[in-house]
Design a protein around this ligand. Sequence first.
Ligand code: FAD
Length: 288
Amino acid sequence: MEIKLTDIEFVANEEIKNLSSIKNTGTIYGVYYPKGEQELLFIYNFLSINNIKFIVVGKGTNILFSSQINNFFVISLKKMPKKVKKYKNHLIVASSLSIAEAFQYCYKNNLSCFEKLSTVPGSIGGAIMLNAGCFGADIFDNLVSVKILQDGKIKNIKKEKITYEYRKTNLRGLILSSTFLVTKKNRFDLIKTASNCINERIAKQPKGYSLGSIFKNPTGFSAGELIDKCGLKGTQKNDAKISEKHANFIINEGNASYDDIKYLIDLAHEKVKEKFGIDLELEIKIYP
Ligand SMILES: Cc1cc2nc3c(=O)[nH]c(=O)nc-3n(C[C@H](O)[C@H](O)[C@H](O)COP(=O)(O)OP(=O)(O)OC[C@H]3O[C@@H](n4cnc5c(N)ncnc54)[C@H](O)[C@@H]3O)c2cc1C
């Protein structure tokens, strides 16, 4: 069946809090919510061909949106089907699936793959795009290939052809799904590993609306420690606050705006530069 633009769910002036885990105030000009691959490809190609400024959002756990910018669109993967399929020792996972959901599937089927990453709150697509990782593991460890839309063509790209490093890849385009290598493992061992990671996170990281780490750790340093040594823990700008628990986290305590959050980001960046001569690099993405 041929897809028309009007078939795709569209929300004008969508609230940012529905798209980004830091839930700052403000709205996005227009958001498309495709509900299947055909709709997704249609809207992605439509916006690309017409040179309309847009981005794809998985779970929005690494994106800070500035408020209402005219003619800036988002394609949200929130309503895409959460498909996962096992084939021999491979798992084929839709981009929209959260890492936690992929882990749940593996847990039920006694498969090792995502247990260390299960506490990263993002989607599989977002995690691959940024090479997410924690507790000594990263998403590329078990990745085999990605199915991606690039320059109007769907391609399968093997991991060996992708350049990736700490929280960075050279991927561009739209990741549709990806294939991971899985190995058999007892589910009790899987849950033990995942629980240890959860406990470590609870001990070290704050609760609340955030984007996780704001800055990447510079080689040999912890960004959080550098910010802490500048005496910035607890610094507040309206409802945005540099966490008392982990200085690389900014928490929205209610109605923080983009400007409030950006003020604290700039402050931390400036003070670390002043005190240590280190130019912290953002881990989060700021759009538009
Ligand atoms: C409390 C908390 C803890 C966190 N801990 C960690 C951690 O331990 N380690 C870590 O690495 N990260 C961590 N993060 C950051 C974040 O969860 C990861 O970077 C995650 O992988 C982002 O996935 P996402 O779906 O939310 O991506 P989004 O924020 O939606 O998008 C991130 C980028 O990827 C692009 N993108 C998303 N999906 C696709 C797709 N299908 N195709 C093409 N491009 C796409 C977006 O356009 C954007 O540029 C944490 C965040 C929070 C809030």
